[in-house]
Structures are given as structure tokens and as C-alpha cells.
Design a protein around this ligand. Structure first.
Ligand code: ADP
Ligand code: MG
Length: 207
């Protein structure tokens, strides 16, 4: 971003100064501002248990790249039995790490847009149901957020093996800002007995 802003700054400065020499300082201030915009690191959990599950996860990652920010890490895919309800198809889950300039509530709106674009119709309202795509916000930097519509770190993450396994693969040493334990420690201490299988790339491609 900084390199991009600086090269744009140079090119645009040259062009605009030919027309209007006095523009230089406002122009520079704008690009310095761009370079200073803070990037946040966000961990999202993607989940699907309606076929084609792997296609929904891939499309979600593409839309996250377009609407939220650069996806810099993706975990392996993990398969698990539905958690807290009965369903004919197992879940596929994946953690993605994203660099974004968006704020948490904007990210929630974008993730909900992506869920809708990929066919998600109903929200849980306390009971779980099969879904083409679910996106949960796990971490937003090291911030603790308690809003009516958004709790970060995600309230259930320490109780869900299907969340902790891809998260511990992606960010083993990241510390949970409330529980003060790393993702690896949370996984080691997790009492969730649901089985979760890590899929190797060959098997994931065949899904
Ligand atoms: P679940 O993921 O538990 O199956 P939903 O995806 O239907 O449930 O989300 C229910 C509500 O949870 C959403 O409307 C959203 O406002 C709220 N929510 C609170 N915290 C988070 C979070 N960290 N990530 C995603 N949604 C959240
Ligand atoms: Mg959700």
C-alpha cells in the first residue's frame, strides 16, 4: 500500500503540477494520509454443509478478497459432524486471515452480504440449521468488542474444536485477548468431543 501510494504520488504530482503548481502540498497530504491508513488483521471462519461445499468456500474467499481485503493466509479444509444439530451433510470449515482497512461492524455487514450472495437464507436465531455459507469473525486485531450485533473474539470459539483446529494451524501463537491463552493452548484444553478431520489437498480437490 505504501509503495503503491508513493509511486502514485510521484506520478500524480508530476501531472498535476504541470497544470497547477500550487496543488503540490494538498496532493502530498492526501497520499501521506493514504499511506497512514491503519490495516487490521482479521481471522474469519468459513463453514458450509450444503453441496457443493468446497465451491461455496472458494467463492467466499474470492468475495472476501474483493469486498473486505487481501486474504493473506488460508488454512487447510477441515470436515466435522454438524455441531449442536442433526444434518445429513458434514461441515467443511476453513480459517482465512485477512488484511483490511474496514472496521468491525463494516466487516460484519460485508460477511453477511457474502453469505446472502452465496445463497444463505436464514440466520440461526438461537437454533442451528444447514447453510450454504457461514462466516464468523474470530479475531479483529487484539480488540475486544461487545456490541449487540457483534462479539469479538467470537463467543463460542474456545468451545468448538472445528474452529480451533484450523485457527491453531493458521495462528498457533496468537493470544486470545480475553482468555489470555494462545490458540494452541485453547485447542489442547478444548473439551469438545466432536471429531474433526483435516483434509489433505488431494482429498479436498476431490470434494
Ligand atoms: P451462527 O454462526 O452461530 O450459526 P449466525 O451466522 O446465524 O449464527 O449469526 C447470528 C448472529 O450472530 C448474526 O446476526 C451476528 O449479528 C451475530 N454475531 C455476533 N458476533 C459475531 C461474530 N463474531 N461473527 C459473526 N456473527 C456474529
Ligand atoms: Mg455465523
Amino acid at each position: 500500500m505504501i509503495a503503491c501510494c508513493l509511486s502514485l504520488r510521484l506520478k500524480t504530482c508530476v501531472n498535476i503540477r504541470l497544470i497547477c503548481p500550487g496543488f503540490r502540498w494538498r496532493n502530498e497530504a492526501f497520499y501521506y494520509f493514504c499511506a497512514m491508513v491503519k490495516k487490521h488483521t482479521v481471522f474469519l471462519l468459513l463453514g458450509s454443509n450444503i453441496h457443493p461445499r468446497v465451491v461455496y468456500l472458494h467463492k467466499a474467499t474470492e468475495l472476501i478478497n474483493i469486498l473486505i481485503g487481501d486474504v493473506i493466509i488460508t488454512s487447510y479444509l477441515y470436515e466435522s459432524e454438524p455441531w449442536g444439530f442433526e444434518a445429513p451433510v458434514a461441515f467443511l470449515n476453513q480459517v482465512v486471515c485477512v488484511e483490511t482497512v474496514l472496521e468491525p461492524v463494516e466487516i460484519l455487514k460485508k460477511t453477511q452480504d457474502i453469505e446472502r450472495q452465496l445463497g444463505r437464507t436464514e440466520k440461526s436465531n438461537g437454533t442451528y440449521a444447514s447453510r450454504t455459507l457461514d462466516i464468523d469473525i474470530l479475531f479483529f486485531d487484539d480488540e475486544i468488542i461487545n456490541l449487540p450485533e457483534l462479539t469479538v473474539p467470537h463467543a463460542q470459539m474456545a468451545h468448538r474444536r472445528f474452529t480451533l483446529m484450523p485457527l491453531a494451524e493458521t495462528a498457533p501463537q496468537k493470544e486470545h485477548p480475553v482468555l489470555k491463552k494462545t490458540c494452541l493452548q485453547l485447542l489442547a484444553e478444548c473439551a469438545d468431543e466432536c471429531e474433526v478431520w483435516k483434509l489433505d489437498e488431494v482429498k479436498a480437490d476431490a470434494l
